[in-house]
Design a protein around this ligand. Sequence first.
Ligand code: ZN
Length: 168
Amino acid sequence: MSSSSSASSRLTNRRSVYGVPSRCWCGRNLVTYAAQTKDNPFRRFYRCAVALQRQTEEHLFKWIEEALVDETIMVERKHLSLVDEVKELRGKMVEKLELEERMIRKMVDERVKEELEEVKAKMKEEMMMAAETLQKMAREMAKTSMQKVGITLLVVGTIACICGKLMG
Ligand SMILES: [Zn+2]
């Protein structure tokens, strides 16, 4: 009865420790021992020095090869989670780079559009100035030709007048 309860408590203790233990629950350092039972001859385990003398107390017990298996599983899990982390990081970086690229492209597009608008505005201004100059020139030419017509009329009139005087 007492041996079965101690065995079950040992089993739960064993289960509650995962990986290679560094210290016993009582705070003492662990030592490795070899079992001398018929079931587990020379099988090595972790135990603190006190536990061997105080069999009824709860002290850490862990088979070494079980601890090593735990450790291997832990390392494997860590490795897998690292691989996941790297994948996630890579995904995030790609996402960020794509976003930056899109932003840069948008900025370039906007700048190009702005420059185009500026060039268009400048061209419009220059064309309007040219049109104004042409209009001014046309007006000047018209004025000059009117003056010429006027002068011609004046000349013609004067000649007519002189002719009339001479004739008369
Ligand atoms: Zn202990």
